[in-house]
Design a protein around this ligand. Structure first.
Ligand code: COA
Length: 158
């Protein structure tokens, strides 16, 4: 798919906030005990035929890059794969030694998606979502019939 991928710029902030709010209820996302304003993080946008197809935001801490959010606006066409590929390339070019993320136990689609793209499951943080709810009470109790309770940490070497 011929995606156009570019870094989020000031003109993109409004659409970024809309995508994050649609997907996560708010631009504030919580993982590994930390609340992050994904709306103010660096990120990449993917466009397909002029339409927004996906968004990734990330946080850089030293040589470790974290994928904070990844959302397909047009799903199933390769947008997230293209964004992850571009992010991985940027991380490698910057000398990063680790690209990592957390997802939750209910998100079996993401677990499949990331493992098929080279991420390894490196940790299970049991009941981490209980702590996350203290920071973001709107995190639902159940998704897809599965209680949302644990965080799964996945990583790869870029
Ligand atoms: C997980 C998520 C980001 C995947 O996004 P996506 O853009 O649909 O992913 P892709 O299109 O790159 O790949 C998904 C599937 O689409 C299909 N696909 C990919 N490229 C395709 C193409 N060019 N043509 C047709 N189908 C394609 C494939 O079946 C692929 O899965 P597989 O190769 O592993 O079998 C998306 O489902 C999403 O936004 N989920 C909600 C938010 C979330 O959970 N984010 C992750 C946690 S941070």
């Amino acid at each position: 798919m011929p995606f156009e991928i570019w870094p989020i710029g000031p003109a993109d902030r409004e659409v970024v906030l809309r995508v994050l709010t649609d997907s996560w209820g708010s631009p504030i996302v919580v993982g590994h005990g930390e609340a992050m304003d994904a709306g103010s993080l660096p990120g990449l946008l993917a466009h397909l035929d002029g339409a927004l197809a996906g968004l990734v935001t990330y946080a850089v801490r030293g040589r470790e890059w974290e994928v904070v959010t990844l959302d397909a606006v047009i799903p199933g066409r390769g947008a997230a794969t293209a964004l992850l590929g571009a992010l991985r390339q940027a991380a490698r070019a910057a000398g990063a030694t680790r690209l990592w993320l957390v997802t939750t136990n209910d998100n079996t689609h993401a677990l499949r998606f990331y493992q098929r793209r080279g991420f390894d499951l490196v940790a299970l943080h049991r009941n981490a979502v209980e702590r996350a709810r203290a920071l973001k009470p709107s995190i639902p109790a159940v998704s897809d019939g599965i209680p949302i309770a644990h965080e799964l940490e996945l990583a790869l070497t870029p």
